[in-house]
Write a protein that binds this ligand. Sequence first.
Ligand code: HEC
Length: 148
Amino acid sequence: MRTLFKLAVASALLTGIGIGQAQAQMKPEDAIKYRKGLMQTIKYQFGPLAGFAKGDVPYGENVIKRANILAAIAPLQAEVFPAGSDKGDTKAKPEAWTKEADFKAAIKAFADAAAKLPEAAKSADALKAAVNDVGKTCKGCHDPFRAE
Ligand code: HEC
């Protein structure tokens, strides 16, 4: 029993280290794919929310679900722009790396706005305002940091 427990702990630790290394060593092209995949996932959560804010999608279970998922995945944005992933099949502008403080602020603005969605989703009016705030942060980053 004891040996088994120790083995389980050891393998859990090893797995944890493995994941950490995988991220540190992620190839630039993989980081770019991950980044685009995350952005697409963000888009498909934000789409119904933006539709709701415009009055095209009804308030209800679907938009509440999207609000919660978007809040949960928003913090991942901080890990999809590793050093070295500025070159390749990407529309990210070099400024995302050269103006690091501004770029980090844009990531934080998005994460902070998205973090308010689950609480806001408890009422239609609050959700509408919160969705509009999130929308501003997409544009606030795309305008300076994403090429056309
Ligand atoms: C902190 C900056 C930042 C924020 C915030 C941000 N984006 Fe992006 N987004 C980018 C960059 C940079 C790219 C270009 C990525 C690339 O080509 O490598 C991008 C690309 C995309 C793409 C295209 C992905 C592809 O397949 O090429 C979509 C869709 C997208 N963003 C949607 C959104 C939406 C919707 C929001 C807000 C809910 C958002 N983004 C917030 C920086 C941001």
